[in-house]
Design a protein around this ligand. Structure first.
Ligand SMILES: C[S@@+](CC[C@H](N)C(=O)[O-])C[C@H]1O[C@@H](n2cnc3c(N)ncnc32)[C@H](O)[C@@H]1O
Length: 365
């Protein structure tokens, strides 16, 4: 098995940069979160052969998160048993050696995987924030049924928002206490989360340029591979979330949201309120597309009310106020917007952190 080699003066400028990126990832990003990835990333940064193998990937696909996900995927697929064993044993030294060995032996597979895929942050932690906001939107519209349209849905796990159980740190609960997916969320501040139950969900539609079908074993494994190997709780939760999603897979529409939204609205029965949700999706849209997205919601609201629940970085969601918070503050703004006959009412209802693990509800409910 190849051993990590010490950094070489003969490294090219590109290799030196890559080495720095991997070292920084190990020492800063992974440190304290994943001792396995800390060890593996630093070992990769010190191996000239490993860095050369990584350079076979397209330039935009050489980041540690995607290369490590590809190696993890090979381990989960049973194609890198030594790496799988090292990860299972949480043995950092063995994982570092096995990761380098796997990368060198299976460079083509790693490069093919990263060229085809991108890292996926899917988890329904977002539901702790979405649930009260969607219920609030339904209350504003007086709706007894909603049709959910998640834009930038990835695997569409947000579309199960009514089928999970949520426990808030202040003792409140929402959703299903016997659901196989139980989420927890810390409440920041003294205001309670609105206790209203969500009305019946009569349609679940996901829209994405590149949606993920969790009923496809390879796709599901890739989602798992994007989690770090020493995060067993998150892995167990993702597994439960995917199993829940697979019992009633949402309708996934592939394409640019601006183009696909009219089709998505058409899938929501006339007597239900369409609720469009976006969670950390709009920053991927150029500003002009965000405005066209807003226009699409307005167009759909000529015959009926349309709601939009956004959970996006400060200032990312057009028309949603920001409480005067600075952009890139590290938290996100929860917005509820109602479109009715050319009238838009948009309100910021709260802040959240850590992709929905912490929530401050700020609106009157
Ligand atoms: C950062 S991910 C967020 C995924 C998910 N909403 C979440 O909370 O983790 C952004 C998603 O938006 C999708 N996306 C980017 N541009 C898009 C567009 N113009 N139309 C539809 N989906 C798009 C990407 O494919 C990706 O799945």
């Amino acid at each position: 098995m190849p051993r990590p080699t010490a950094g070489s003066a003969a490294r090219t400028g590109g290799s030196r940069t890559l080495a720095r990126v991997y070292r920084h990832f190990g020492e800063v990003d992974a440190a304290g979160t994943s001792s396995l990835y800390e060890r593996v990333a630093i070992a990769l940064s010190e191996s000239d052969e490993a860095l050369r193998a990584i350079e076979a990937a397209p330039a935009r696909k050489r980041h540690p998160t995607v290369i490590l996900a590809a190696l993890h995927d090979l381990a989960l697929a049973g194609r890198a048993p030594a790496l799988a064993a090292a990860y299972a044993a949480a043995d950092g030294d063995a994982a570092a050696a096995a990761a380098i060995d796997t990368l060198l032996r299976m460079t083509d597979s790693v490069v093919a995987a990263v060229a085809r895929r991108k890292t996926r942050p899917d988890e329904t932690g977002r539901c702790a924030v979405l649930y009260p906001a969607i219920a609030d939107a339904a209350r504003r519209a007086g709706a007894n049924a909603v049709g959910l349209i998640d834009v930038g849905c990835s695997a569409g796990l947000n579309l199960n928002v009514d089928r999970v159980g949520i426990a808030y740190s202040n003792g409140q609960t929402l959703g299903g206490p016997s659901s196989p997916v139980q989420l927890s969320c810390s409440v920041v501040g003294h205001r309670p989360v609105p206790a209203r139950a969500m009305p019946e969900v009569v349609a679940r539609v996901g829209v994405d340029l590149d949606p993920v079908d969790v009923t496809d074993a390879d796709e599901a494994r890739w989602l798992r591979a994007c989690l770090w190997p020493d995060q067993p709780e998150r892995a167990a939760r993702l597994k439960a979330e995917m199993a829940l999603a697979a019992t009633a897979p949402p309708l996934l529409l592939q394409g640019d949201a601006v183009e696909v939204l009219p089709d998505a609205f058409a899938r929501v029965p006339a007597d239900a309120l369409p609720v469009v949700t976006t969670t950390w999706a709009l920053s991927a849209f150029p500003l002009e597309s965000r405005l066209r997205f807003l226009h699409r919601l307005d167009e759909a609201a000529t015959g009926r009310a349309v709601a939009w629940v956004s959970v996006e970085g400060v200032g990312v969601a057009p028309a949603i106020p920001t409480f005067g918070d600075r952009h890139a503050s590290g938290h996100s703004i929860i917005g509820v917007a109602m479109f009715r006959q050319s009238v838009l009412r948009a309100e910021a209802v709260g802040r959240c952190w850590s992709r929905g693990r912490m929530l401050a509800w700020l609106a009157d409910s």
